[in-house]
Design a binder for this molecule. Sequence first.
Ligand code: ATP
Ligand code: MG
Length: 567
Amino acid sequence: MRLSRFHLATTREAPADADIVSHQLMLRTGMIRKLASGIYTWSPLGLRVLRRVEAVVREEMDRTGAIEMLMPTIQPMELWAETGRWKKFGGQLLKLKDRKEAEYCYGPTAEEVVTDYARNELRSYKQLPLTVYQIQTKFRDEIRPRFGVMRAREFLMKDAYSFHLTPEGLAREYANMYAAYTRIFTRLGLKFRAVQADTGAIGGNASHEFHVLADAGEDTLAFSDQSDYAANVERAEALAPTTPRPAPTQPLARVDTPTQKTIDAVSAFLKVTPARCVKTLLVRGADGLVALCLRGDHELNEIKAAKLPELAGELALADEADIVKHLGCVPGFIGPVGLPADIPVIVDRSAAVVADFVCGGNATGSHYTGANWERDAHGTRIEDLRKVVAGDPSPDGHGKLAIARGIEVGQVFQLGTRYSAAMGVTVLDDAGQNRVLHMGCYGIGISRIVAAAIEQNHDAAGIIWPEPMAPWRVVICLINPKHKPDVDAAADALHADLNANGIETALDDRGLRPGAMFADLELIGIPHRIVVSERGIAAGTFEYRGRRDTESRQLERDALMALFKSV
Ligand code: ATP
Ligand code: MG
């Protein structure tokens, strides 16, 4: 590819509205352009990278035995009503109407479509197991689209679905896909980790997420320092403390805290550590208000809370008016002592073993000190409600937890019969019995991977592509092309030679000054740079520099070729 005929559009300035490095660099290199909130055009440069990721994913999917197909992006409402997700998927579902007022959505995922396909196509156990996949645009009306293609509304996903007669068959395919995901992220040159995951809106029994490790990640991951336990914090269990609760030593006393509404303010004012405070959150349950009590230094795990039977799947904080009406105080002063009897009090495992604690006094401007469970306050139940923190014991009993940030680039699920039962997917088994199928589903965020790779691979000069993702592996620089026909011819010959050897190479013949040209090529992150010069031609060498090198080297053709072959 001659870059003079390609459309490159790099800029020096960091764009004002991009908060993270990958988003900035994708804009500066011109890989993407924003069309609307969370909706991006992939430029010719960006598309080259996207296609590389897609190619690796496709190859590894094919290797697992999965078969590629293509499903529509526009999906009829009736299918989503069958699984209950037309309502349950919530605001992320972009709903549309056609001219006949028939309702559709733009697919955020394709369980319903593929399950409908399966119930029409599959008749006999002899057609099983079957795994199909597609690489198709998805749309989710994200509340906060941000970070460019990392959390976009329109994005490219690989989604695979498998169908089995038995749970054992599903478990085997799950392991097969897990292994394929491991190969994909390894081949792409990414530092990643698979973690146990919550099943979220997709549902099902077992699930793992694959995360690219990066500080910009929106997810928090917990790892054991001594075993292979790893889980999304959303799902990591906080074990019950092993030491029993100490006996009370202090009397219950009401103290004035006129303006102290937060744990930090109260603990500073009363000179007690946040770990000796109990904070109480009032949330709206299915049958009225529910109080959740946590140690002051711990945070509520909203996913765990939403699973409490009292909350029936949704976590919504009570609003101020509700709190004032039921307790007579404003938020910031709520506590478990003397709460109305019709409010269940669910206490986190760690908060349940604190004695002589500080908590809200259920009166504006007042707290209790010396409060104690059983003597002063009654928990309805003890539950695991909090997010794990660094240093917590690992739930598998081995070692302590460390915390890191991750970008979710893939997730695999054992769905079981969640969709096949709802939509009636059955086949005849070898005894002529009708059997409901077991399903798995397996997603990869193709476009998100591009951004995630940049988060992990960049420096002050720009992107440093892992070789399998680079738009070109090699770029040949033509300095001052018009005046030196020998140099032009030598560069042309090398360009043709490398491409003929399967090494994707670009020729930078844009006629830029060397400084500007090199800065541009470093920004877009081409792994290998070669400069052809008159002096080199005379000596039979090329000036070579790797993207991570600090200096150039003179190399003969064979040495150069060996460098590229070694990947
Ligand atoms: P997230 O928790 O990040 O919102 P998700 O768990 O809802 O993602 P899945 O349903 O598991 O997403 O979709 C499969 C993959 O699609 C994800 O692992 C992720 O890589 C990608 N993906 C999901 N939402 C987006 C988005 N808004 N923008 C880009 N990629 C996305
Ligand atoms: Mg997911």
